[in-house]
Ligand binder design. Structure first.
Ligand code: SF4
Ligand code: SF4
Ligand code: SF4
Length: 258
């Protein structure tokens, strides 16, 4: 597990002060360094420093309830947010670009291909900590903790005989690929799974990167709109045919089907 802020209270305070004015914090989680959702626009009241001069800050009401609360506290509102909005737009675009580069040229290139992926997950001991802390993995009983995957020693022996050998611990890839399939569309890049990993597996970056790619296909963004349904729940028969085509064509030309 990794502590991002080590040391005493003074160090914490120093980092907090630095974070108020800084755009880059090397001590932050890897995913926080490439996050472009760093404002609280879904909160009733947002406290903002971006675009403000030193010793000033913005209090932004994002809902009628927020407005009411600020009025009750004596704030009249009506301030100009133009400088803040322009500064935010620039920062967010820079972060988007940084994220794209990180997931394509840096981290992305390290895990590209089956061998690199297996090597990335090599230290995984299948403890499922990453799943337990994930805010999206809220199933009452996780499939990967269920009896369906509790197999007898004979099962392992049978599989080892059949394949010639069996990697222990088994099924780590099944766990990650399965979990990725279940929830990576909704991964919010919070990074806590990677914090909770006892073996330093870059699991949050892997899930966030795959999530970015699959979300781009569906033009979906988790949390953007409460009315927007998850692509899993919105089945359309005519979509993604360009992905299916290679498989349907190879089935058509399969000798056994003629
Ligand atoms: S980074 Fe994604 S997968 Fe990891 S805990 Fe957060 S939401 Fe879950
Ligand atoms: S891995 Fe799948 S089954 Fe397990 S908690 Fe997450 S979404 Fe649910
Ligand atoms: S990635 Fe880390 S936290 Fe997740 S199952 Fe593997 S060892 Fe456990």
């Amino acid at each position: 597990m990794k502590d991002y802020i080590e040391g005493d209270r003074g160090r914490l305070e120093e980092l907090f002060q630095k974070s108020l004015g800084a755009q880059e914090l090397p001590e932050a989680r890897p995913l926080c360094q490439v996050c472009y959702h760093f404002t609280g626009e879904l909160a009733d009241i947002e406290v903002g420093f971006v675009g403000a001069s030193e010793d000033e800050y913005y209090l932004v009401a994002n809902s009628p309830e927020g407005e009411e609360a600020l009025k009750t506290l004596g704030y009249q509102g009506g301030g100009d947010l133009k400088e803040r909005e322009e500064a935010l737009k620039e920062m967010k675009e820079a972060r988007r670009q940084k994220r794209r580069t990180y997931f394509t040229e840096e981290f992305g290139s390290q895990i590209s291909g089956p061998d690199a992926l297996l090597s990335t997950l090599h230290d995984c001991t299948n403890c499922h900590n990453c799943m337990r802390v994930c805010p999206i993995c809220f199933c009452r009983e996780c499939f990967f903790d269920s009896d369906a995957l509790k197999v007898s020693p004979d099962n392992y022996l049978g599989r080892a005989r059949k394949k010639g050998a069996l990697r222990l611990l088994p099924d780590t890839l099944l766990f990650h690929m399965g979990r990725m399939n279940h929830m990576s569309l909704s991964c919010v890049s919070c990074g806590v799974c990677e914090d909770a990993c006892p073996n330093g597996v870059p699991v949050s970056r892997l899930f966030a990167m795959v999530g970015d790619r699959t979300r781009a296909i569906f033009d979906y963004e988790p949390g953007r709109d409460l009315e927007e349904s998850i692509p899993f729940l919105d089945y359309r028969e005519e979509e993604l045919q360009e992905w299916e085509a290679p498989y349907t064509q190879s089935t058509t030309h399969c000798p056994s089907s003629s």
